[in-house]
Write a protein that binds this ligand. Structure first.
Ligand SMILES: NC(=O)c1ccc[n+]([C@@H]2O[C@H](COP(=O)([O-])OP(=O)(O)OC[C@H]3O[C@@H](n4cnc5c(N)ncnc54)[C@H](O)[C@@H]3O)[C@@H](O)[C@H]2O)c1
Length: 254
């Protein structure tokens, strides 16, 4: 699928991996709708990106808000793709230091945002893309964001790991499910990416994180994620797969 002139919705597009993707898509001539929380600086970013970008405040776990955001994206230009980056984590141990069980609420919060949010984005994004006629043999594509934690969860990441493994698990099923509608689905599983969260860490902590990456020995660049997300949209034969983007890192237990 070509990027130029078509409309893409980017969730979590006000920061980190989503922001880098929104920037790259605008450069490639796409019309981009950034969907992020009202507390984000999505509005300023859309202004900075110019005419091709719009911002809609919406929570990806809220069906009504997300549908309204997709309305805007579809008005901006024929919606053909969705890059779903919104997500977060909460640290949680099965038992705390005193042996008390970990919080069920925290587990549910992460599952709701990352896994249920991804399902909501998939179903509503697909329903919107499916309304358009095929273009060069396909209707569109959806990219989800997992994490290498889906495979090697570290201690304290149990809800995050469960949510991201759920996304990996949904990918092939979703691609099969949407095949009849000519909509592709792929997932990116990033390693340690240089996003605002990591930028706030001390230099020695950043250096030790970088040293854990076999090659290249550095953190991933947000634009490397954006590059892969755009390639998935452009390459019509990529489907049903989760692609690790991680410099060959395999996370240690902690
Ligand atoms: N940064 C990394 O190293 C890394 C590694 C692996 C996976 N990931 C995954 O990549 C995705 C993006 O991470 P990032 O580092 O760019 O994070 P980030 O915090 O920089 O950006 C996430 C964005 O999502 C938005 N968001 C959060 N909850 C939302 C909701 N309910 N509705 C709408 N928007 C919401 C936030 O406002 C924020 O703008 C996440 O799913 C994360 O789990 C990141």
């Amino acid at each position: 699928m070509r990027l130029e002139g078509l409309s893409t919705a980017v969730t979590g597009g006000a920061s980190g991996l989503g922001l880098a993707t929104a920037r790259r898509l605008v450069k490639a001539g796409s019309k981009v709708t950034i969907i992020d929380l009202p507390t984000s600086n999505g509005a300023d970013i859309a202004t900075e990106l110019g005419e091709a970008a719009r911002f809609v405040a919406a929570d990806v776990t809220d069906a009504e808000q997300f549908e309204a955001a997709l309305d805007t994206a579809d008005e901006h230009g024929e919606l053909r793709s969705l890059i779903h980056c919104a997500g977060a984590s909460r640290k949680l141990r099965l038992l705390d230091k005193e042996g008390n069980p970990g919080s069920l609420e925290d587990f549910e919060w992460v599952i709701k945002l990352n896994l249920i949010g991804s399902f909501n984005a998939l179903r509503l994004g697909a329903s919107r893309i499916a309304r358009h006629e095929e273009l060069d043999g396909e209707r569109g594509a959806i990219v989800l964001t997992a994490s290498v934690a889906a495979y090697e969860g570290q201690i304290g990441q149990i809800p995050y790991t469960a949510s991201k493994a759920g996304i990996v698990g949904m990918t092939l099923t979703a691609a099969r499910d949407l095949a009849g509608r000519s909509i592709r689905v792929c997932t990116i599983a990033p390693g340690i990416m240089d996003t605002p969260l990591l930028a706030r860490l001390r230099d020695d902590v950043r250096a030790s994180l970088s040293a854990a990456v076999p090659n290249p020995v550095r953190l991933g660049r947000t634009d490397e994620f954006a590059q892969l997300a755009c390639q998935i949209l452009e390459n019509g034969y990529l489907n049903g797969e989760t692609i690790r983007l991680d410099g060959a890192i395999r996370m240690a237990p902690r």
